[in-house]
Ligand binder design. Sequence first.
Ligand code: TPP
Ligand code: MG
Length: 1019
Amino acid sequence: MSHLRFLLATMKPLGIQFLIKQDVARKVFLQSQRCVSSGSTEPFLSGSNSNYVEEMYYTWLENPKSVHKSWDLFFRNANAGAPPGQAYQTPLPDLSKSRALLFQSHGLAKTPGQAEKLLEDHLAVQSLIRAYQIRGHHVAQLDPLGILDADLDSFVPSDLITTIDKLGFYGLHESDLDKVFRLPTTTFIGGDETALSLREIIKRLENTYCQHIGLEFMFINDVEQCQWIRHQFETPGVMKFTNEEKRTLLARLVRSMRFEDFLARKWSSEKRFGLEGCEVMIPALKTIIDKSSEMGVEYVIMGMPHRGRLNVLANVIRKELEQIFCQFDPKLEAADEGSGDVKYHLGMYHERINRATNKNITLSLVANPSHLEAVDPVVQGKTKAEQFYRGDTAGKKVMSVLLHGDAAFAGQGVVYETFHLSDLPSYTTNGTIHVVVNNQIGFTTDPRMARSSPYPTDVARVVNAPIFHVNADDPEAVMHVCNVAAEWRNTFNKDVVVDLVCYRRRGHNEMDEPMFTQPLMYKQIHKQVPVLKKYADKLIADGTVTLQEFEEEIAKYDKICEEAYTRSKDKKILHIKHWLDSPWPGFFNLDGEPKSMTCPPTGIPEDMLNHIGKGASSVPLEGFKIHGGLSRILKSRLEMTKNRVVDWALGEYMAFGSLLKEGIHVRLSGQDVERGTFSHRHHVLHDQEVDKRTCVPMNHLWEQQAPYTVCNSSLSEYGVLGFELGFAMASPNALVCWEAQFGDFHNTAQCIIDQFISSGQAKWVRHNGIVLLLPHGMEGMGPEHSSARPERFLQMSNDDSDAYPEFSAADFEVSQLYECNWIVVNCSTPANYFHVLRRQILLPFRKPLIIFTPKSLLRHPEAKSSFDEMVSGTSFRRVIAEDGAAAKTPNEVKRVIFCTGKVYYDLIKERKSQDLEKQVAITRLEQISPFPFDLVKEELEKYPGAELVWCQEEHKNIGYYDYVKPRFRTIVNHTRPIWYVGREPAAAPATGNKNAHLVSLRRFLDTAFNLDAFEGKKF
Ligand SMILES: Cc1ncc(C[n+]2csc(CCOP(=O)(O)OP(=O)(O)O)c2C)c(N)n1
Ligand SMILES: [Mg+2]
């Protein structure tokens, strides 16, 4: 103890903050714990109490008034260096009413011994209160079936078990139950009262923490937020609902339940992933929406899995029922292009009046693939974009709601990646409400086999999101939790989780037999009275509704369903475009078609190039000191501008800067994109003398311009690419680019690429113009960092290898682009990169654009473009044909080498060194897919007698060869071979040995210019 006091005594107020930061205070108490066990001079500091002392001490450090006066005195005295045994003094009695009661019930604490007991008992009660707040959820009755433990653990904390046990644990006795205790400021169970009997304290705590709501929030590192939650749940009478509210809740449950019943009656053998067992989810969502609308939210964007999706469409979004029912008709023909999707994946967008608030509300449910949780970051990106375009920086008008299944929420890593975006300035949506349909099963797998964490929701703890578990068979408890969740989001703009602990009345889908695998659980489920009946019985019993009213409500909704069913029979055609989650008003014509089938030239006036070049070379802020190395880079940009040339970075600058002037928002996101992985971009300047002072010159280019967002992302591909895809969904008038650090890392976002980017339009008739920048190239850097896996993107391209497209020459390019699922390019010049970025916006429709971007070419002296290639009238060149000596005398050409990307520079160097410029033509494919059949054909016809070669630096089974080969053959009608030159097939995309890399390069360059290499070979 003397050690503690010594250290306490030395903690002068000014040093305390420092000590807290250094965690010295904690160590002090750890030491004090050791000291007190060997005979304490402060008698109340027994070993078991020292934790409380520590707790008190921290609380006192934060705010001396927040602890009991006795503690305040003690710590003050200790701090002032009071000798052993004298730091504690009995506080002067408070004469308030409750205090008087308190002393009455304990007997007047006149002597130090009595005072000490009083203090100890208070400490015990305070700890007890805190125990409920921290661990009460372990005791709460969360499982409606009453057979499972929502936290996967049947163990009940010993300090919260029976009254006797817990009293003993805290050194209290039954005789203390009627004693009155002053309540600490960290509880609201007293309401207006500041002291309560221990019996009442326990009763109220059990009511709050151990009934049908289990609260997890005490891990939050913010006292104000903890206090807020305690206030919302502990305040006596806080869960009272008016009769009107109860009737609305019942009516919503009727709709939810009867909708499922109706589907089950009409289509008993169809999969629909019904909500039975969690019908309360519908009123829960409606409550969240009502409350949020009341607080000013105008647009709610939702993402959800299969379970209950049709019900959400019908009863939350309010899609016309006949539109839903007609989807069950297998004979219905789709009117739209594309392959469409099953009914429980489609999205929806609906503007309507919110009946509870009489305000306008827009609801959007984002279409999603089967891949559980993949839609999470997409929803967040779309939400961010909608907030951004409305200037809703605090998320007061637009919000997202994400629904999850228990197994998926715990199992899918993208959930974690999405949570980690939640507080990043360029990615936050200012709080998401997560609702988990925790039916305590994932397909056939028990929770104990599906996760290692106690709850499926534990992932949310990483961002300090409060988690409200609630028994889904108690609709009022669910509504209270949802109201609080909506208010939480509105108050703190942070994520929150509502965990609806429920069950699944049927199998995974309606065709599955759950008794195969969960026999006991399902025996119980078969006995389980549906929540609607339970709640209706309750309301009828307490007179809130009559049986007749209840039955009328049911009959009314059944009639609505029947009538819609009849109408649905008349529907002969299905329009997927009626299920769009993100309409783009005005972008297409009224039939949803592009307004034209042309693309204007993408070049810009020379003075604009000059202006942007100067902007890219200067620092627009006064007194802003940049790094010397950067000054040199900016100077070289100015030089280039004067010389009318651009390198890669400047070409990109020209594209972005010009689009901004045209009112197009540009957003570039990815790991380290601000500087650029290869230190070439430098879009954010950092003051070398003022910490965190930054400047984005791109935002100072024009007086009137769209904003430019460039943001370093978290180290996630799946989450961030999904997010940017969602951002790009919101508006066609934005260039949204995601850059991978190296192209190969895109495969950790493969699900977004396969499920959304490549196939999104075919499934959901939804356009998306996202741009993927994937650094790619064999540079001897090893198997990683080399290949962006072009073969995979090409393999997923939908243009037919065996059919020459039947478009007219004039609109070949645009028509082909319109038909394709995405565009894959590998530009060899900065000018072409500039054009392809601009074409992305100038096209009358949107397609995803995949660009394999260079690494060494960024600084290659020859990879520069003249302004002449970028000025008005110029355009993106899908093919850059040979225009040197070979092109002048095509009949003398022996070989035409087709290639793409960086290898072109190796090839021309080699050709020059071998003096073969007349014999060998080299033509670049800049757009690989859709394959530029028309332009390649022109080239082939130009050199009728030449041998055709495809040359790539990638291994044969990697890269482009498998894609281009059949297309070349189609053009020549299989009359001429297209020989392969490149690296041998390999399992790894590149060697890790620099020398081996150079040897293989040498080898294939030799073959490329060995004009006898293919003599006598068959094709
Ligand atoms: C990424 C992914 N992996 C696997 C599946 C196959 N699958 C479909 S539903 C399901 C179980 C989902 O359980 P849960 O998240 O608890 O939702 P519930 O069906 O219980 O509502 C699985 C594994 C999938 N759809 N997505
Ligand atoms: Mg489940």
